[in-house]
Design a protein. Structure first.
Length: 452
């Protein structure tokens, strides 16, 4: 039996047709997980992010927010605001484990849900009409289960579309006022009257997709409030923010949002990015770093039972300019040697006049492993007339033995932990170091981190 079906007796609970869209947002998710795993951090200002000069804050506890620390803030600024801030590097494997349990609880309510990252979900409640489920009661029960089973706090918003459900979940959360933490209601439903009030009062930065750059353009036009946008001609606005953004903003200003809840959205890309504590010099250092990236991407591909036809590299220099190169193969790969070979060929086509502060390797254009008719193993030393496909076929026996060894290593790590077995490249004086996707460099390096 669905645990929400009987909870429909709350007063002033709208019908599903009045509030069909639910949005759940976990509070300070990364920081909250770290505090759960280390209770000595409770009550202290905690952030997850990069601790070095190039790091950024990914998540901040509400204790840290009292000092003005917030996500996307440079870490150096966060430490100035809060010298006692505990900055942790982040553990995506742990966050993903909690996220899976979070999605399981949402799935108990409805299979019609759309994850946004690890800590947010939209859900469409319209399929629950026949069960007699009431939206606010369902939201209250879902929040109670998240608190009880995961020990995480969250905010839940309900509205007639994604726009208002997202705005409502933000209003449901705790907030900091004059350095003091004020509790939120936990669940907010946006009625028709509240919609009108919010559209009249909200600033343009409250709208989905309006970041600092777009907000600055709008403010230069004297468009500071959503009510101001509602009076602007879409074609006039398009000349300043583009046609697509103009159409979206005008629709939002009138309370309209036609986006549907999309379930089972497949990943379009799997990649690994790293900002280095010390910038890399020249192609040789970049290539060495790319091999660790290739191993991370290949393991992620295999864990999703995918092969990729397209490999992309992105290089960001010290002046913050970026260059990308991409190659689409006629077959799919999921082997770190193959990914590394293509990445090296692509990196060799870039001119390195400056040092490199960030490197990314991404894989895309996925196929199911069963659909892949040719899985090749590349040799880094091989030659080809096409520099972007500098790789050679190895013997069938070597290919099979290499693939069997690779799969065996994956299986051992899955059962006993990622450091249970290692390749030679992963052995260091301090022990085994297996780089993970979005791992310890995801938000910028610590000062002590140096490229190897």
């Amino acid at each position: 039996m669905r645990p929400f079906a009987a909870l429909n007796s709350l007063s002033e609970d709208p019908s599903v047709d009045e509030a069909p869209i639910l949005h759940v947002d976990l509070d300070a998710f990364f920081a909250s997980v770290e505090i759960l795993d280390d209770p000595t951090l409770a009550g202290r200002p905690v952030a997850v992010g990069g601790g070095g000069d190039r790091g950024v804050v990914a998540s901040a506890s509400y204790e840290a927010r009292r000092y003005g620390v917030r996500s996307a803030m440079p870490s150096v600024v966060a430490f100035r605001l809060c010298p006692d801030l505990v900055m942790l590097p982040g553990r995506f494997d742990r966050y993903e484990s909690y996220s899976r349990e979070f999605h399981r609880l949402v799935r108990d309510l409805t299979p019609d849900f759309e994850p946004l990252g690890l800590d947010e979900v939209f859900a469409d409640l319209r399929s629950l009409r026949r069960l007699g489920v009431r939206p606010v009661a369902a939201a209250v029960a879902l929040r109670a289960r998240i608190r009880g089973e995961l020990r995480l706090e969250c905010g839940v918003g309900l509205g007639r579309n994604k726009l208002f459900a997202k705005l409502a979940s933000k209003r449901s959360k705790p907030r900091v006022e004059a350095g003091r933490l004020v509790a939120g209601p936990g669940v907010v439903w946006v009625s028709g009257e509240l919609e009108t009030q919010w559209l009249d009062e909200m600033g343009v930065r409250s709208l989905w997709g309006v970041g600092p750059a777009t907000a600055a353009k709008l403010e230069k036009l004297g468009l500071n409030r959503v009510r101001d946008l509602a009076k602007v001609d879409e074609h006039t606005l398009a000349g300043h923010v583009g046609a697509a953004m103009a159409a979206t903003l005008v629709a939002y200003a009138h309370g309209e949002d036609l986006r549907e809840v999309v379930t089972d959205r497949p990943a379009k890309s799997i990649g690994h990015d790293q900002t280095f504590a010390r910038s890399l010099t020249g192609l040789s250092e970049v290539v060495v770093a790319s091999r660790a990236h290739a191993a991370v991407v290949a393991r992620a591909l295999r864990s999703h039972d995918r092969v990729a036809r397209t490999i992309t590299v992105i290089v960001r220099f010290d002046d913050l300019t970026s260059v990308s190169r991409s190659q689409t193969l006629s077959f799919g790969v999921d082997d770190e040697v193959a990914v590394a070979a293509v990445a090296e060929a692509l990196l060799s086509s870039i001119e390195y006049r400056q040092c490199v502060r960030l490197l990314a390797v991404h894989a895309s254009t996925f196929l199911e492993r069963s659909e892949n008719q040719m899985q090749l193993t590349f040799g880094l030393e091989a030659e080809s007339s096409d520099p972007r496909e500098r790789a050679a076929l190895v013997s069938r026996d070597r290919q099979i033995s290499h693939g069997a060894l690779r799969d065996a290593v994956d299986e051992v790590r899955q059962r006993f932990g990622r450091t249970a077995v290692a390749t030679a490249a992963e052995l260091h004086e301090s022990g085994i170091d297996v780089v993970t996707q979005r791992g310890r460099h995801a938000f910028g390096p610590d000062t002590k981190d140096e490229p190897r």
